[in-house]
Design a protein around this ligand. Structure first.
Ligand code: 5GP
Ligand code: ZN
Length: 117
């Protein structure tokens, strides 16, 4: 069923506590943890506890939880004292998505170029 935990999903395992992560925030519906391979001084991933393959699938199935994820990106930025930051939803392998459980990257703490390349 849509949203159910997937045995082969890395981020479902983090939600379940079966793989350790440096969790910085948790709500009823979301978890935020530091990326294992940070691309900026702050690089936090905000994920829904439910499993959907990407942000658009989450938006379609459970829009209120996508709103929770986006709200939490702002809370992370506030906790990290970032006045400027970038929120990224890589979608599809051609755009660099490697984990097919919806997640927002929160990047900050250095200058960020636009366009990103
Ligand atoms: P994507 O490339 O799918 O947009 O983002 C997946 C992110 O998950 C990558 O930035 C990658 O560094 C991060 N990642 C992969 N495996 C782990 C892990 O086991 N723990 C943590 N904390 N991050 C991970
Ligand atoms: Zn998952």
């Amino acid at each position: 069923m849509a949203g159910e935990p997937q045995d082969d999903c890395l981020f479902c395992k983090i939600v379940a506590g079966r793989i350790p992560a440096t969790v910085v925030r948790e709500t009823e519906t979301t978890v935020a943890f530091r990326d294992i391979n940070p691309q900026a001084p702050t690089h936090v991933l905000v994920i829904p506890k439910v499993h959907h393959p990407d942000a658009v699938a989450l938006a379609t199935a459970e829009p209120a939880i996508l709103a929770d994820v986006v709200r939490e990106t702002g809370e992370v930025a506030s906790d990290e004292k970032l006045d400027s930051y970038r929120v990224v939803f890589n979608t599809g392998s051609g755009a660099g998505q490697t984990v097919f459980h919806a997640h927002a990257h929160v990047l900050g703490g250095r200058g960020l170029q636009w366009p990103p390349g």
